[in-house]
Design a protein around this ligand. Sequence first.
Ligand code: DQQ
Length: 612
Amino acid sequence: MAIRAWTWVVLLLLALLPSCRAAEAPSPQPSADPELAVDDGLRTGYHFQPPKHWINDPNGVMYYKGVYHLFYQYNPKGAVWGNIVWAHAVSTDLVDWIMLPPAIYPTAPFDVNGCWSGSATVLPDGTPVIMYTGIDGENRQVQNVAYPKDLSDPYLREWVKPDYNPVIAPGPGMNATAFRDPTTAWQGPDGLWRLVIGTKDNHRGLAVLYRSRDFKRWAPAKRALHSGDTGMWECPDFYPVTTSPAVGSGGGGSGNGTKHVLKVSLDLTRFEYYTFGEYDHATDTYVPDAALADGNDGLRYDYGNFYASKTFLDTAKQRRVLWGWANESDSATADIRKGWAGVQAIPRKVWLSSDGKQLVQWPVAEIESLRGAHANVTDTLVAGGSHFEVTGLASAAQADVEASFQVMDLDKAEPFDPAWRGADAQTVCAARGADARGGVGPFGLWALASDEHGERTAVFFRVFKGGDGGKHVVLMCNDPSMSSHADDLYKPTFAGFVDVDIAQTGGKIALRTLVRKIRCLINHVIFVIDLCPDDCPYSRMRVQIDHSVVESFGAHGKTCILSRVYPTKAVGDKARLYVFNNGESDVKVTHLNAYEMRSAKITSDAVEPTKR
Ligand code: DQQ
């Protein structure tokens, strides 16, 4: 009962989270001091990025004939957004990638001004079809289809756009410059295909539904699938989930333990939220579960820098896989200088938590094939106000770290300030950052730390007492305020409340961090944090560190935070990893496993399309 009550408290707190501007950073002025300039050594080693230029949204992700396909928004001419085409990469394991020539690029009146985001659908006969947004000659947003030229080519290098495009154009009274990003289509028992497109009506975001018998002629449904007073809805995604990480074909409506997820990306605030609930095929109605906040206070895949995400059904491994874009947090000037911008987060498996209250995410297991040298810490006390270095790794710039902590004296937890009730986790964490001494916590990891730890990105927990119902409140935070000596960066503290009753776990908290080496200028770190007793199936916090990326998965994969950081000293072999405890209560590191991560292999395929 106690755990159940706590879950409701945390859900309420999550529901109160305010918006945060994660995906797009402001453009600070470049530093005048060349010593502080961002370095190309911050490119990621195992987070996907092409060799150069700008990328944004993942598009058309799918599995076809033994090959994973990742398309993405790409500027072939530079490191800022523009000239957008669908770049294309393929992989057999979601780790190593072969870069192919762009698959879809402006060629016709229906996409002459750009090929924007969209999705792939694999038809019942195995034929993949892409539906994407074209920007036509009048700058209207229209939806076009493209089919593979050669179905026997597992790489699907060339795509053909039928002359009958566009297949969906904005109807009378619709906002023609806000009508984009079609979802993967699904087929109802009546044989009709359905898909959803993002749009807005004044300030109201809408997921509008279209139906088709032949994928060519599409008709709008009378009612939108869903809407919200949150401005333009970009990149909608709609799919079934169950509490089992293994999924079936994804067809059918809700019921029998299946829920449908609707995720939208909010153009105004640049973060995403999702609901899930019942979807009825017969009436094409979607009703989110009543307990879920719908709108700016909704549940989020990620409380950090993660946007324009898209899932696909991996039929090879019977799982649903989530891709998301992590924008830079440096300036456009810095991006132009370094020649690249944007990375994709690690592909994450996604499913419904066993309590049915939210989604759970975890990096796909294939990423662990990159693990190399290993350091281990067991049953080590970290006194309040102390820290120690995790030694034994040649570099901690590119790593995968898991750690489990035990709080020795929960009574030392500070009272939760009543003024924070109703506040979001980010506000609380910004007020009580990694360097503000606490009662229980802040404790956790300093990732991408320089040897004098003048530069460091803190991934940590902080525990308060006196939350709703007298329970403890647990926060997980990424604090990049000390991450770089450069002063031209966007360095928000990102945070989420963690759905765990720490008093019931004997004060135990587990954390896993992956650190990964990056060759270029951005510091990518991934953190995964999990608060759970040792016998909990997901009792670990995991943090993936990748030069300019810190990507965290905590609380059974319920609370995830991705930050972009740009160290100037904690780079390459100089990047270190520390455990710190800035609270009054001692904590014990019960287990810590840190792995160096090898780089993914990125190769290019020289074969050019025969026809452009
Ligand atoms: N990015 C695309 C749009 C989409 C936006 C353009 C989301 O289709 O709405 O590059 O980041």
